[in-house]
Write a protein that binds this ligand. Structure first.
Ligand code: GUN
Length: 283
């Protein structure tokens, strides 16, 4: 058996099409959705991600305002830029691409973003609301993973979901979203005693650890839905996920490709949050 592919490109394009209508409606009311995109330093992967986000903004009619700062930017300068963007009524969302160069305090910067402009959903108010099951900005990658499950009719309720990775921006919020949908959730990490055994129990397996092909084919339960959130570059320059795709595909029921799975969904959900921020500002 070969798993059905979860086509993140297709699902994300449907979301983008629906957002275009919302954006048209906002513009008709004189509101021009606007995302400020802050990139500090020269991290090549970050530059690429930021370029994709700006391109998608252009395609949808969201105004993206770039702030490209040098590696030598100080904490004070960055905090002051965030203050300026917080106070700019024309700016609806603020995206600060992570990681920041060494020496900058990421947490302090994220905490400074006004909660109503926190379209990445990484700030304390957004994450607190997520824990409390209150409406708020959801972190884009976990939200995108949930949207892919939904698009393929995979209902987490009553299922055993295993999340590999406990990062604040992916693993932890994804576990909470799966829990919100009534899955029984296990979070695994580098100290988990027997990762393979845990993975084999997963009806839904979500992997976000940043290690190329770490999850082997024989770690997958027959028929499981596998959401691969890793983006790794091999020494040959190929982009692969955290799951050994070819082997996993033979056992899984559904699987996301890398690229073309979680990546485009993350960007779509960032656009979604930006549109929500613009709508809220309009009210
Ligand atoms: N770095 C890696 N993923 C992300 C993301 O989703 N948002 C931001 N701002 N930085 C990231």
């Amino acid at each position: 058996m070969s798993a059905q592919l979860i086509d993140g490109k297709k699902v994300s394009s449907e979301i983008r099409e629906s957002l275009k209508k919302d954006i048209g409606g906002l513009k008709a009311k004189g509101i021009d959705p606007c995302l400020s995109v802050v990139l500090v330093g020269e991290n090549p992967a970050s530059k690429k991600y930021v370029a994709s986000k700006e391109k998608t903004c252009d395609e949808l009619g969201i105004k993206s305002v770039p702030h490209k700062l040098p590696e030598t930017t100080t904490q004070e300068e960055l905090m002051s830029l965030v203050d300026t963007l917080n106070n700019d009524r024309k700016v609806h969302g603020i995206l600060i691409q992570l990681p920041l160069p060494k020496g900058l305090d990421e947490k302090a910067v994220m905490n400074r973003i006004a909660p109503e402009k926190d379209v990445d959903g990484f700030g304390p108010q957004s994450l607190g609301r997520l824990v409390l099951d209150e409406a708020g900005f959801l972190p884009c990658t976990p939200h995108g993973a949930m949207k892919m499950l939904e698009a393929y009719g995979i209902d987490p309720s009553g299922k055993h979901a295993v999340v590999l990775g406990r990062s604040v921006i992916v693993g932890k919020p994804l576990a909470l979203l799966l829990l919100r949908k009534n899955a029984t959730v296990t979070i695994c990490h580098s100290r988990t005693a027997d990762l393979k055994a845990e993975c084999l129990r997963a009806d839904i397996l979500c992997v976000a650890i940043g290690k190329a092909k770490f999850v082997k084919g024989d770690w997958i339960k027959e028929g499981a839905a596998v959401i691969d959130i890793g983006i790794n570059v091999t020494p040959e320059g190929k982009i692969v996920g955290d799951v050994d795709f070819d082997a996993a595909r033979e056992r899984a029921g559904f699987i996301t490709p890398v690229p073309g799975g979680a990546g485009p969904m993350t960007i779509a959900m960032l656009m979604y949050n930006t549109v929500q921020a613009a709508k809220a500002a309009a009210e």
